[in-house]
Design a protein around this ligand. Sequence first.
Ligand SMILES: Cc1ncc(COP(=O)(O)O)c(C=O)c1O
Length: 400
Amino acid sequence: MGQKLAAYEPGAVPQKQGFIPLSVPEINGKAWEYVKECLDTNWVSSAGPFVDRFEQMCADYAGAEHATAIVNGTAALHTALLVAGVAPDDEVLVSTLTFIAPVNTIRYVGAWPVLVDAEPNHWQMDPQRVADFLDHKCTWDGNELRNKSTGRRVKCILPVHILGHPCDMDPLLAVGRKYNLTVIEDATESLGSEYKGRKCGHLADQGCYSFNGNKIITTGGGGMIVTDKAQWAEKAKYLSTQAKDDPIEYVHNEIGYNYRLTNIQAALGCAQMETFADTLAKKRAIAERYDAAFRDVPGISLMREAAWARSNFWMYTILIDQEAYGEDSRAVLWRLAKEDIQARPLWQPMHQSPACRTYQVLGGEVADRLHRDGLTLPCSAGLTVDDQTRVINAIRSRVR
Ligand SMILES: Cc1ncc(COP(=O)(O)O)c(C=O)c1O
């Protein structure tokens, strides 16, 4: 166990005056009114008008035909894999530089992750590594693709749009189509981000969002699957509501899950979607201010937005080159912590995670470097200019 930072959970109120948290929700608009409506009408559980409305709002926003509300992003990914027919002993290609949830959900269905390195420019799943692996390390009989080293069937690609920046989806979709693979986007961090003018989450067969406390909008906890496939949406709803085939006689033909979002959570989601354009604009303004402040700082590299991308700037992250900057990312993290500024390293890449060490990995060196040098800075939508200036000054104070 490493050193502990001050106890902090997403959505918690900072304990100390002057503390600048990494990312906390902004609850505004009609949130209070809508939640009160749930309480007043007794629609508090996993059905109700706000669930339907939130689903419709998310489908419309993504430009998708269907949306299924799910209890959280992890459960959404689990359900999406089940719906896609990913089965025990299948393999799923997934980003190695990610929060662990998507990788765990692959194991929930009994399948095996194949971890894919990030590309160095935008830090997302490297499409070239995916294509090289599928073209050269697998066999294709015109129907099934098998990993030569394990003999297992490759079934799915699960790119994670990390930190709000999209993966380069066209080459992933092309190679997915070539081998008849399902592509599921982990868009949990990228609601509002765009790839070539299209919304993340609606670029592949299914996309999953999260509305966890630290996400760009929050329902306390929550998730959503969007898809254009009516049958898949129907199946997602079926599996997430205990696979009830006869609601009167309680007949179940399959194993189901209690994965539905509650009306109260959905009420919060509706209110947050109504003000989402404003939230996105605030996140972009924060990123632009940081970019301008750090552009000339020796040893600091910025997360560049690709020409084909529009990021939601969910988590503003920089890379710190120890030699050029004079301090490594962890020293900066602890120096900021002493100044009551909460920062965070990038996740330990999955191929380094003790829970995942046995999984096959394609590359990994880029993710390792990003993990070593990456530092995420406070970027709540409600971050004040004064607080952001404090963060900027703390980072710039090293410049000689
Ligand atoms: C990349 C990624 N995938 C999945 C999840 C899981 O979402 P949830 O916390 O809503 O279960 C998260 C975040 O929490 C995430 O960052």
